[in-house]
Design a protein around this ligand. Structure first.
Ligand SMILES: C[S@@+](CC[C@H](N)C(=O)[O-])C[C@H]1O[C@@H](n2cnc3c(N)ncnc32)[C@H](O)[C@@H]1O
Length: 276
């Protein structure tokens, strides 16, 4: 298992954010007054073509998944931007509402900071990147996170517009994060009905448990009785402590609780399985 590196900016979120180095961006220039645009060929899903997401990542300038390394050898991880309400979430929200038709938007206009209901801290570790630690003891069975900022995308064209908006008005790192945090889920009980999701809050920073001991969060089958929720789609359920969690422990779950990777292919996306 991976322990948090006790060095550099890891104890101070704002300091980490300030350390962020944007000089290495390789995003193609945006024409003055214009929008960043991908080549149409890249997003052409006619004739059964799939969007090559590794190629999209390369064009944006995202690190390849294999390049995730340690603090020492990976500048992206070392200088990871720590998302805050003021930058990442706001940019993603704006891009989402610019890209998705209003009647299909699954979230309101503003980021909801109440997704985590227990005190947490974002930290950065070697290999896994950013993660979430608790700052207080959490007894088994406690509600820890609930879906509040789950953005649904029904088609690749909306994902394309979302990324183009981010690459025009925000930074390539925000676009890379959005791709890193995206997953697919069942959209309805119908066969092969999938939806692409991005949780636009700190829930996206929860890492995967490498073994049963590390696992301390899981969904239950219970659903919040709330009209905003749908049984299918991205807002699939809350996360509860599966055991007592000590103050300072990293929160870890199993993405299989909600993600169904088959959805990428069905939506027309060739997404390399991320290795961890
Ligand atoms: C939803 S994000 C979690 C937050 C991520 N660490 C970050 O900095 O944005 C999923 C990504 O985190 C990394 N990750 C999550 N769990 C991991 C694990 N147990 N070991 C290594 N990497 C992990 C992988 O790069 C994965 O694609």
């Amino acid at each position: 298992s991976t322990s948090f590196a006790e060095e550099s900016c890891s104890n101070d979120i704002q300091e980490c954010a300030n350390n962020y180095d944007t000089s290495s961006s390789s995003v193609p220039a945006v024409p003055p007054g214009g929008m960043f645009k991908f080549d149409d060929d890249l997003w052409d899903t006619s004739k059964g073509n799939k969007v090559d997401m590794e190629k999209v990542r390369r064009i944006i300038g995202c690190p390849k998944v294999e390049e995730f390394g340690t603090f020492d050898d990976n500048p992206y991880i070392y200088s990871s931007r720590i998302p805050t309400e003021e930058n990442t979430w706001r940019h993603m929200y704006e891009a989402y509402h610019a890209a998705v038709p209003p009647h299909e938007a699954s979230i309101p206009k503003q980021y909801d900071p109440t997704a985590f209901v227990q005190p947490i801290k974002i930290q950065v570790a070697a290999i896994v990147g950013r993660g979430i630690r608790t700052t207080e003891f959490i007894p088994k069975g406690t509600l820890v996170w609930r879906p509040r900022n789950a953005a649904e995308f029904r088609r690749v064209e909306d994902l394309r517009k979302f990324l183009e908006h981010i690459l025009t008005y925000s930074t390539y790192e925000v676009a890379c994060d959005a791709l890193l945090w995206s997953y697919t889920s069942r959209a309805s009980p119908k066969e092969n009905d999938y939806i692409l999701c991005i949780d636009m809050d700190e829930g996206s920073l929860i890492n995967v448990a490498d073994d049963d001991d590390e696992l301390n969060l899981a969904q239950t089958l219970e659903r919040i009785d709330d009209k905003e929720r749908t049984v299918y789609g991205c807002q699939t359920g809350s996360l509860y402590a599966t055991r007592d969690i000590e103050a300072g422990e990293e929160l870890r779950m199993d993405y299989g609780d909600f993600a169904e990777a088959d959805g990428f292919g069905v939506l027309g996306i060739d997404m390399t399985e991320q290795s961890f």
